[in-house]
Design a binder for this molecule. Structure first.
Ligand code: DAK
Length: 263
């Protein structure tokens, strides 16, 4: 891999988009490598994923404008599909994904962070959807995910004005859950990931699926999705061990990692 770093510590994996000379902009190769890296995550052992960018200046400064500038209509569509497929893979990834946004998150950078379950950022982070100023619409899900994350009015304002916002404003509008000094960002992401990883893995995966799938439908259908995923937890080793631990007052006992295929 030229542009992706992958590191696993215990049950936490970190993917770093590593193209700092171009502020980690997403070209086709980065998207391909990210796709392959996600496919290679060992879901039998990894319980939470962190996505970040290399360097202290940028998370992802968007899709690669140089590469995009020469695309034909057909190539533009293919590029858009490649991005959307990877972003959707992240969004529906079986385990939680935390975006540790360490600087610019513009265009495709803001969009990829919104494909993650949770966003936290450094105090130098800058978010925005500058596409309208470049003569295009957000193309990696920005019109859809921003409105769902910060509300329709704020999303429309950000997208129509193409105005960037700083970390404190991103926090105020609910785009990120927390802001940290740059050097504290990754440790905070790892701490958050390990808190998640301590919980029952099947339950956590089912929670993610219930929230994501339920948001796509009306409440009557959503509650049925929840019922099904709640039911699925029973008779798993997670549920048996989790409840037994409580009943035995052994809360420190580590829950067994159950292979994904058994979920
Ligand atoms: N693409 C390619 N290279 C980029 C880049 C980008 N998005 N952003 C930065 N770079 C490169 C710069 O060209 C420069 O390269 P060298 O000149 O050194 O070779 C290097 O990174 C450092 O950048 P700067 O010199 O500009 O650094 P500054 O600190 O002065 O400025 C900046 C930082 C982030 C404010 C500035 O670089 C900037 O405005 N970058 C562009 C940000 C942007 O507009 N991003 C949104 C891109 S649009 C679609 C699917 C998806 C999309 C569209 C369509 N379809 C469905 C087809 C997505 C679109 C986008 O993401």
């Amino acid at each position: 891999m030229e542009f992706i770093l992958y590191e696993v510590k215990d049950t936490i994996a970190t993917i770093t988009i590593n193209r700092p000379k171009a502020l980690n902009a997403l070209n086709s190769q980065v998207l391909d490598e990210l796709d392959k890296t996600l496919d290679a995550v060992d879901l039998n052992t990894v319980r939470c994923l962190i996505l970040t960018g290399a360097g202290e200046k940028s998370f992802v400064a968007g899709a690669d404008i140089g590469e995009m500038s020469t695309l034909t209509k057909a190539e533009g569509e293919a590029f858009g599909k490649k991005g959307n497929d990877v972003f959707r893979k992240l969004e529906t990834f079986p385990i939680p994904v935390i975006a540790a946004v360490n600087g610019f998150a513009l265009g495709g950078g803001c969009e990829i962070s919104m494909s993650c379950d949770i966003r936290i950022c450094s105090d130098n982070a800058v978010f925005g959807q500058p596409e309208a100023g470049l003569g295009i619409t957000p193309g990696f899900g920005g019109t859809q995910r921003l409105a769902r994350t910060v509300g329709v009015g704020m999303a429309k304002q950000m997208i129509y004005t193409a105005r960037n916002i700083k970390a404190d404003e991103a926090y105020r509008i609910g785009l990120v859950n927390a802001v940290y000094p740059q050097e504290e960002l990754l440790p905070a992401a790892e701490k958050l990931a390990s808190t998640i990883a301590k919980n029952a893995p099947i339950a956590v995966r089912n929670c993610k699926k219930a929230i994501n799938d339920g948001l796509q439908t009306d409440m009557d259908k959503a509650i049925v999705i929840e019922e099904k995923l709640f039911g699925d937890c029973f008779e798993t080793e997670d549920q048996k061990a989790g409840m037994a631990n409580f009943l035995e007052k052994d809360k420190e006992k580590k829950l067994k990692v159950v292979p994904f295929k058994n979920c």
